[in-house]
Design a protein around this ligand. Structure first.
Ligand SMILES: Nc1ncnc2c1ncn2[C@@H]1O[C@H](COP(=O)(O)OP(=O)(O)OP(=O)(O)O)[C@@H](O)[C@H]1O
Ligand SMILES: [Mg+2]
Length: 486
């Protein structure tokens, strides 16, 4: 339940619970003090009908009214009024007739009430009014009319209200105290309930925030409800997860950076050590024949070329990584582009006696949006691998161009040594070389595929590798049909 509803409910409860409790408590109190609820009537004088004070006999009053209109002369006759005493006794009511500020008739019980005690002509309605007349409380009804001699006359019907007043006087303070107690009790109980259901989860959240503040990001927050605090806790939990994720990424970055530096230093150091060794060999006269010197120089030259190539690769890699390499995208048909690319490669493949095949649908248009210069780097890095790692006598490289609903796919397959299953997910990582022993012979920095991957990402595309050890490798180069997305 939401806190809003909980508060609304508690406010409603704060009104109704005391009322119900008060009613129950009143009943209980009456039962306790008086014995039985039916005995309340005993509190009043015998045969006293309580409700009659509140609702005096309307019939009688109506009759008097009619009489005051039809026959006002008779109404003021004391003999007529005396004849009503039977009815009045039945109704436990006394009657006073005042004519011109003078009491001309009064029942036995109200003889001591003086004219000045009574309300003035026309001041009271026929509704019940409880007033103090003389020493007692009376429920008064007043009927004003003009008698036949033109004088102002008033008939007062009086009921003794003292028992009600007495009852109220006795019980009112107790009831009042009880009401206050019930209010305090209900208020306290509801406040405790509401604050418990709000403050407890807030404290829980506070502790979790402190933990996160201290760098403990592992403890998940359990959220059950749907109220506002649960929603806040859920957002908090999302935040903790995000924070944990980015901290892990940060750690991974840091680890990668350290590895990168270690790799670069190692890859730069190796050829330099070789160069240094060969230079010393020449200087110290180890290379004592012209032929030997030539061999030494050739090695030094080759290592320098490797070093130059490595530095170029590193430079390209870091520019791509920092997104500082400008791309110039144009729209063209990749089919024609690949026909030219294959043409260029033919000579080298023939030289190395490796078959090169390119298949595509002539009738189809394969229009992509790309930077042709950078794309060449992608294809040549992949083809270079197929050539470099080829271990079969009848080597074969197949390029296939296909398309799906949303993509153009260039697949480059070879029948080389293949890549082990566990190494496959890592081949696009920088400096990753699947088989160290094999790579010692083939050389390479492990940057080729990661450079290709980054260039493809700039194109809004990606690379995917499939391979089976001993059978060959396929690298899929995938372009989105909708072009480069910003
Ligand atoms: N066609 C392939 N056949 C077998 N193994 C491959 C093939 N292509 C990639 N690999 C494996 O994946 C690794 C990563 O390739 P990548 O091109 O990134 O680096 P490299 O070829 O070692 O070095 P570089 O390309 O920078 O000269 C390679 O070292 C190799 O072990
Ligand atoms: Mg390579």
């Amino acid at each position: 339940m939401s806190i809003r509803y909980r508060l609304i409910l508690s406010y409603i409860a704060m009104i109704f619970v005391p009322i119900i409790l008060f009613l129950v408590a009143s009943l209980l109190m009456v039962t306790l003090f008086i014995g039985d609820i039916r005995e309340v009537s005993q509190l009043l004088p015998a045969n006293h009908q309580y409700h009659k004070i509140v609702q005096p006999d309307q019939q009688f009053l109506t009759e008097l009214k009619e009489k005051s209109i039809m026959d006002p002369n008779t109404l003021v006759q004391p003999t007529y009024l005396d004849s009503l005493s039977g009815r009045l006794d039945e109704l436990e009511t006394s009657m006073i007739l005042r004519k011109n500020e003078e009491i001309v008739y009064s029942s036995e019980e109200t003889k001591d009430i003086q004219t000045e005690h009574l309300p003035a002509f026309g001041s009271l309605s026929t509704n019940n009014n409880i007033e103090k007349l003389g020493s007692d409380m009376y429920s008064i009804k007043q009927l004003d009319f003009i008698s036949s001699d033109g004088r102002k006359a008033s008939i007062f019907l009086l009921k003794d209200a003292s028992p009600v007043v007495e009852f109220t006087r006795t019980f009112f303070p107790i009831m009042f105290a009880m009401l206050i107690l019930i209010l305090i009790f209900t208020n306290g109980l509801l406040t405790y309930y509401v604050s418990k259901s709000i403050i407890k989860p807030i404290n829980h959240l506070k502790k979790a925030a402190e933990k996160i503040g201290n760098g403990h990001l592992d403890d998940a927050l359990v959220v059950k409800g749907k109220d506002e605090i649960s929603q806040l806790t859920r957002s908090f939990e999302d935040m903790r997860r995000q924070l944990k994720h980015s901290t892990e990424i940060q750690k991974q970055y840091e680890h990668n950076r350290k590895e990168l530096i270690a790799h670069i230093s190692h890859d730069l150091k190796t050829p330099i050590t070789t160069i240094k060794g060969y230079v010393e060999g020449i200087r110290d006269g180890v290379a004592n024949s012209a032929e030997k010197q030539e061999r030494y120089l050739q090695t030094i030259y080759q290592k320098s070329v490797d070093l130059d190539h490595l530095i170029d690769e590193l430079f390209l890699y870091s520019k791509l990584d920092l997104k500082k390499l400008p791309f110039h995208f144009i729209k063209f048909d990749i089919k024609n582009y690949l026909i030219d690319f294959v043409e260029e490669l033919t000579f080298e493949f023939e030289n190395r006696n490796i078959k090169l095949d390119f298949s595509y649908d002539e009738k189809k248009l394969y229009e992509i949006e790309a930077d042709p210069e950078k794309l060449k780097r992608v294809f040549s890095n992949i083809i270079e691998n197929s050539l470099k790692y080829m271990d079969k006598v009848a080597g074969e490289v197949r390029i296939t161009l296909t398309s799906t609903a949303h993509e153009f796919i260039v697949s480059i397959s070879d029948n080389g040594p293949g890549i082990a299953k566990e190494s496959l997910p890592n081949v696009f990582e920088q400096f990753y070389r699947a088989e160290q022993s094999r790579n010692i012979q083939t050389g390479g920095s492990g940057l080729g595929l990661s450079i290709a991957r980054m260039i493809m990402e700039e194109h809004g595309g990606y690379l995917r590798a499939e391979s089976e050890l001993g059978k060959g490798t396929t690298i899929h180069i995938i372009f989105p049909k909708e072009g480069v997305q910003a």
